[in-house]
Design a protein around this ligand. Structure first.
Ligand code: GUN
Length: 280
């Protein structure tokens, strides 16, 4: 039976440490969260991010813009936040409406305020092995693996999903730690063939029930990033009840990767503050 990777508990400990550290700073770190349109999932995520910011002593400002916002209007807002002294970190909640280029918008964020690690600058840094600004979910996954002392170097890691937010950066972070990394996706011919060789599986496809117990190698670490709402409940990509009998470690949904993502957002906000204000 697998050890449960308790992201909720780990995130609480991280938040408590951050709260102490932030209370001793000269000023309050400030995060601006921009949300365009009325996607309910996006609103829920930003609500959670803002609430945890406030609980941790981070000043949080929300900018809610209508669906019809133009790309130039959004760019102007980002430019004004780039030069706003009380704001140290800028988050643009994705996805953006179809008529706005995510790439151009994210590139408008000043590198020092890139709390999500989504700018071209941060992406190229990660590609070169520099992890000073990395996306929150991959960072949270790696932190969980490290906290539970799960070996990475020399291990086979299989990532399911190739998104810019989770799949690709997680693959790079595991590669930076000397794992042998395979990225699988919707066109992968025989997923099970790959997962059965995996010491670490990261399921980030957003497809409930995709990873069955038959696909899990005995004793492996199974990280479930899936968060699909089914009848009001959050469901992961892994058949948790059966897979936990084979896995060595497994994350629950909810209470696994999700809380770690938010904790890493707070940590990244503090890092942006330190870089800008020059405090250690
Ligand atoms: N949309 C889905 N996940 C994320 C995330 O981690 N950050 C932002 N900004 N948008 C997202």
């Amino acid at each position: 039976m697998a050890t449960i990777l308790d992201g909720k508990k780990a995130a609480e400990a991280i938040r408590s440490q951050l709260r102490d550290e932030i209370s001793r700073l000269g000023k309050k770190p400030g995060l601006a969260a921009i949300i365009v349109g009325s996607n309910p999932a996006s609103k829920m995520y930003v609500d959670i991010k803002e609430r945890t910011c406030r609980e941790t002593g981070i000043l949080s400002e929300r900018y809610s813009l209508p669906e019809a916002t133009t790309e130039s209007g959004l760019t102007e807002l980002i430019k004004s936040l780039n030069s706003k002294k009380t704001i140290h970190a800028i988050l643009v909640q994705l996805p953006l409406p179809k008529h706005i280029s995510e790439h151009r918008i994210l590139s408008a964020i000043e590198a020092s305020k890139d709390v999500d690690g989504f700018t071209s600058h941060s992406k190229s840094q990660l590609l070169a092995g520099n992890e000073s600004s990395v996306p929150c979910t991959p960072k949270g996954i790696i932190r969980l693996l490290e906290l539970y002392k799960i070996p990475i170097e020399g291990k086979n890691a299989v990532i399911i999903g190739r998104s810019e937010i989770v799949g690709k950066p997680t693959a790079l972070m595991l590669l930076n730690r000397n794992a042998t990394v395979t990225i699988c996706h919707s066109k992968t011919a025989n997923l099970r063939e790959h997962t059965l060789k995996a010491d670490i599986i990261v399921a980030a496809a957003g497809k409930p029930g995709l990873v069955t117990a038959e696909m899990v190698r005995q004793g492996s670490a199974v990280i479930d990033v899936g968060t699909t709402k089914v009848n009001g409940r959050l469901i992961g990509d892994v058949d948790y009840e059966k897979a936990r009998e084979k896995a060595g470690w497994i994350t629950p949904v909810p209470g696994g990767v999700g809380p770690m993502t938010v904790a890493m957002l707070l940590e990244n906000t503090l890092q942006c503050y330190k870089n800008i204000e020059g405090e250690k």
